[in-house]
Design a protein around this ligand. Sequence first.
Ligand SMILES: Nc1ncnc2c1ncn2[C@@H]1O[C@H](COP(=O)(O)OP(=O)(O)OP(=O)(O)O)[C@@H](O)[C@H]1O
Ligand code: SF4
Ligand SMILES: [Mg+2]
Length: 346
Amino acid sequence: MTAPLIQVKNLSTWYPIRRGILARTVGHVKAVNNVNLTIGAGETVGLVGESGCGKTTLGRTIIGLEKATTGTISFRGADLTVERTRETRRQIQMIFQDPATSLNPRMTICEIVTEGMAAHGMLGADEPSAPRAGAGERPLPYRGADRRSARDEAALKLLHDVGLDETALHRYPFEFSGGQRQRISVARALSLRPSLIICDEAVSALDVSVQAQVINLLLDLKDKYNLSYLFISHDLSVVKFISDRIAVMYLGHIVEEGDAAAIIENPKHPYTQALISAIPVPGVERKKRQILKGELPSPAKPPPGCPFHTRCPYAMPICKEIFPDMKPAEGRNVACHLMDVGKKKA
Ligand SMILES: Nc1ncnc2c1ncn2[C@@H]1O[C@H](COP(=O)(O)OP(=O)(O)OP(=O)(O)O)[C@@H](O)[C@H]1O
Ligand code: SF4
Ligand SMILES: [Mg+2]
């Protein structure tokens, strides 16, 4: 792995459960529970797991949309749970699943993709350093035309980078397809020259062929803009194409984490094995699918011991009592008591 850009340590994000007219806190949804995760500079980390396992909450906590309950998020050495400067806010951007709701329908594409730049003083003609009228002087001529052209130029460059042209500039989001709208979301995120983009189910709502186009675009932009990605998806078959490393999440915990190819080829955690066996392989007769029995337990009342023991085909008595710590195993980290059994036998 390259030098760490983000280091998440012992991070928990719990949502309070409130009841009654006094809204007393009667418990917590432990959406993210004691998570450790590192994203290196220029690296793509895929975060996978079933619906409700805490992927979005982890992404939202890293970007600051949710408050961490405990733990630290270090960005280039600065702890974001203590302070987020304007500069660190600019450096981390997020793309959401549904651009139809995340793009303002009343703004033109030009306004959408340059809004953040204007707010951060990144559009030349909008800089506060532009000459101002002194006391007693006549006001300077209206500079709106300059501002517009600076904005247009900046937007045009971004649109070209995401595969759209100038005809998009003064149109509105509803005039574009789902894939094009997601390209506009990517352009908006890129406009602030971030180091990290968190893509939360960014291609999940798109057709398979359009998914591939947007993933290829993200891969091209990664090199061009020197980006890191946290690529969140419930779909391992998508994550495996884009990720350098993969982190598998279950009920608020990371249960396996390491090199993407190693995990896809040879998953060690029983939950990862079940996820991978469910990936359809075109042209090849489906391997014996490992169907996960039972429901995902509630993160408000996680089971004791290993969080996966209620559904694990290999559960042992110890699994119901003792939480398995993350340990190195065959070039990745795994949280499963089976790893100790293997070592004892060896
Ligand atoms: N604002 C909230 N208040 C209370 N509980 C929440 C809130 N947001 C999420 N949760 C709960 O936290 C848990 C994790 O949710 P989260 O959205 O992070 O999961 P996810 O892995 O992103 O799921 P999906 O794949 O469906 O997007 C779920 O049980 C969810 O119901
Ligand atoms: S610790 Fe036990 S229950 Fe958990 S995944 Fe490993 S074998 Fe299964
Ligand atoms: Mg989600």
